[in-house]
Design a protein around this ligand. Structure first.
Ligand code: FAD
Length: 496
């Protein structure tokens, strides 16, 4: 039973995770397996998850998605980074951009050169040396040749699922609408054999992909895979979301505005804005959070406020027996750095790399789980950094974040950066040295030292080096069209 060939893949769930999996598996290996997706209109999807990171372009390239067509179909806008407002301190903001800041050398990242410049009074803000960050600040954008501009997307999650569904069905994926009432497992192995719908229909499969959202219908409710709970490090456990009509041109970045017991997001699309508040229910009631959110949005409400409850953490096994969990069924860190859709994509690509055509091997399962879990842990640490390293002590929530125990792996990174300005990107860590630098400096950590190689330059040479980077950033950004102008000519969406 365990080692039987995989001819039939059943995907449970038609949210972002389900349709990303369906489109990818059907398009990339659909000639070798049958793919079926089951979704329930009655249950619906989580309906949020509209900001992405640049790795999404990789999946789209694999699927040969035409960017203009996709952007117009999902009412998309471009994203150059995230503006963190009030995170370090009230009224202090910084942008974590997708771009590269300055120029590194083999021994030391750009932050070392910048630090010495700062000591000498010859460098300006860290972000002044980054094309993407300056373009974001000036509301400008263009897709440039040779990956000259690093970007991601903001998109309408419902329209994205529809877009992917078309690709999946064109490549042979069968869609079944219905509510799964029962999951039948093999008496000896515990492997999943079939699903039974409320209408009595049964669906057999060899490999089941659980994209059923927070409930984890297969991975959790059927296989009882334990969940690692990270609430001690990431205390937010609730979100309220609402959509509003756009009242101004979309900006090319996501806004994350820290509030008294959490933070508010603003994701600009072509036709509307996605708004929400992630918060900690220990300090803020659902009504108070909704009230704060509604007080801080603009434009006509298009939906009623929707409450979502969650526990941050991950499954101890993302792949258990013949079930692979993707999306919210596998785990949820927090949407602060828009990483959930990235995890879905990584899970899909890993599964395709280890696809068990001839039968499921425990070694594949172990490798898949080790890689997924490690990636989740790095992202967890990166998110905890934003909360923990703050100068805010104006509310009990922020005092808890400052004082809480943090993972040792993160403490080590903070100590290393504080003492020497050094950061090293680990395998399976999606955030580069430059991303860590942007957030550590943005949150107010100032390294005690810079690398001695910087002293190989005279002060004059260092000034010329810093100035030339800044001049080239300004020169490039001055020539870019506005974000809106670029959207108009590249991927204007139909009015809805
Ligand atoms: C507040 C919040 C903000 C977020 N923001 C971001 C962001 O900006 N960027 C990002 O990358 N991610 C974000 N995420 C995460 C993102 O929303 C999810 O990763 C993404 O939407 C995938 O969800 P999903 O497909 O796993 O689950 P869902 O969208 O919940 O889909 C579950 C599917 O399972 C089906 N289903 C469930 N039970 C049954 C059953 N019994 N029978 C049949 N079908 C069933 C449902 O019908 C549905 O189709 C956010 C999440 C939250 C909570």
């Amino acid at each position: 039973m365990a080692n039987k060939p995989v001819n039939k893949v059943i995907i449970v769930g038609g949210g972002t995770a389900g349709w990303m999996a369906a489109a990818s598996i059907s398009k990339l290996i659909g000639k070798t397996v049958d793919v079926t997706l089951v979704e329930s209109d009655e249950i619906g999807t989580v309906g949020v998850g509209e900001a992405t990171i640049p790795s999404m372009l990789t999946l789209h390239q694999l699927l040969k998605i035409d960017e203009r067509d996709f952007m117009a179909a999902v009412q998309g806008t471009f994203k150059l980074g995230i503006s963190f407002e009030n995170w370090k301190n009230l009224d202090e903001n910084y942008i974590h951009s997708f771009g590269f800041t300055g120029k590194d050398c083999w021994a030391a990242g750009f932050q070392h050169f910048w630090l010495k410049g700062k000591q000498q009074g010859i460098s300006s803000e860290f972000g002044d040396y980054c094309n993407e960050l300056q373009a974001a600040k000036k509301n400008k954008f263009a897709v440039l040749p040779n990956n000259g501009m690093n970007y991601a997307f903001h998109m309408d999650a419902g329209l994205y699922a529809k877009y992917l569904r078309k690709i999946a069905e064109q490549h042979g994926c069968e869609r079944i609408e219905g509510k799964i009432a029962k999951v039948i497992t093999h008496a000896d192995t515990g492997y999943i054999e079939r699903l039974m719908l409320e209408n009595g229909q049964t669906i057999d499969g060899d490999l089941f992909i659980d994209c059923s959202g927070f409930s984890g219908l297969l991975i959790n409710k059927t296989l009882n895979t334990p969940y690692e709970d990270w609430t001690e490090f990431l205390p937010c456990d609730s979100a309220v979301a609402v959509q509003t009509r756009s009242i101004e041109e979309p900006i090319p970045y996501t806004r994350s505005i820290a509030r008294e017991a959490g933070w508010q997001w603003r994701i600009p699309l072509q036709h509307r804005v996605g708004n929400g508040m992630v918060f900690c229910s220990k300090y803020l009631s659902d009504d108070e959070a909704t009230h704060t959110l509604l007080e801080n949005i603009e434009g006509e409400l298009l939906t009623s406020p929707r409450m979502i409850k969650f526990t941050t953490g991950q499954r101890q096994q993302h792949w258990n027996k013949n079930c692979v969990a993707l999306g919210l069924a596998a785990g949820f860190v927090e949407p602060l750095e828009s990483t959930s859709i990235h995890f879905i994509q990584r899970g899909i690509i890993r599964l395709l790399q280890m696809f068990p055509t001839h039968g499921i091997n425990q070694s594949d399962i172990n490798e898949f789980n080790a890689q997924m879990k490690e990636e989740f842990l790095f992202v967890r640490d990166f998110i905890v950094l934003h909360y923990h390293v703050t100068k805010r002590d104006d509310t009990p929530f922020w005092r808890q974040c400052r004082e809480m125990k943090i993972p040792e792996t993160l403490q080590h990174r903070i100590d290393l950066f504080k003492e020497s300005g050094r950061i090293f990107q680990k395998n399976n860590d999606i955030f580069t040295e430059n991303s860590w630098s942007q957030v550590m400096l943005g949150q107010g950590i100032v390294p005690d030292e810079f690398h001695p190689i910087v002293n190989m330059m005279t002060d004059q040479e260092l000034k010329a080096f810093l100035d030339s980077i800044k001049d080239s950033v300004n020169h490039l950004v001055d020539q870019l069209p506005s974000h809106q102008q670029f959207i108009e000519r590249y991927c204007k969406a139909p009015q809805i």
